[in-house]
Design a protein around this ligand. Structure first.
Ligand SMILES: [Fe+2]
Length: 222
């Protein structure tokens, strides 16, 4: 009876402990090799299971026992300049990769009429947007991201951030809600493309999930 009582007690204690590991990776929405030949399976595997997994795990370690423990990522980003650099690096890393997996797909789909109209009026054409994003990614010295975001005025804007910063952070010049982000860290392309970042940037459009980018656009302008 005593052992039954203690196992019941242990179960109850665990049931009411705060679920601390609050940030977790969502499962990759496709197989590791689904984006081949544009992004190879080994890169996807290491990128998701090692690099991105480390950001999620280190984010949880960085916020543990701090006021940031009770914040959403968006709330953290709004005051990221006041938080520990480990939260900036790993919170950004976690958010950016979670977005990145969803805007890639072996079935790219169509750009929605609303997003297409916004792209055409802002950049002239989809090809001009791709060129601008590729330039932003190519010019980023070292590691970082190229972004397409929606500003607070509902306008589309292209920008680039270093490291794991993103347009939701109070530290960046060009702020907005990111709807498309391209990872230009070497870990995203080096195994297949080595030093040829431009080739990776050219290939990524073959697996761009326009359906998801369009969904994010419509959510951002709502
Ligand atoms: Fe990455």
């Amino acid at each position: 009876m005593n052992s039954l009582r203690s196992s019941l007690l242990v179960t109850l204690v665990f049931a009411f402990l705060p679920a601390f590991a609050q940030f977790q990776q969502t499962p990759l929405p496709y197989a590791y090799n689904a984006l081949e030949p544009y992004i190879d399976a080994q890169t996807m595997d290491i990128h998701y299971n090692k690099h991105a997994a480390a950001y999620a795990s280190n984010l949880n370690k960085a916020i543990k026992g701090t006021p940031a423990e009770n914040l959403t990522l968006t709330q953290m980003f709004a005051t990221i300049s006041k938080l520990d650099p480990a939260i900036r690096n790993n919170g950004g890393g976690h958010f950016n990769h979670e977005l990145f997996w969803t805007i890639l797909s072996p079935e790219p789909g169509e750009i929605s009429p609303a997003l297409l109209a916004a792209i055409n009026s802002t950049f002239g054409a989809v090809d001009s947007l791709k060129k601008k994003l590729n330039e932003a990614g190519a010019k980023r010295f070292g590691s970082g991201w190229a972004w397409l975001s929606v500003t607070s005025e509902g306008k589309l804007v292209v920008s680039s951030t270093p490291n794991q910063d993103n347009p939701l952070m109070d530290v960046v010049d060009v702020k907005g809600i990111p709807i498309l982000g391209i990872d230009v860290w070497e870990h995203a392309y080096y195994l297949k493309y080595q030093n040829k970042r431009g080739d990776y940037l050219g290939a990524i459009w073959k697996v761009m999930n326009w359906k998801e980018v369009s969904r994010r656009y419509e959510e951002a302008i709502r």
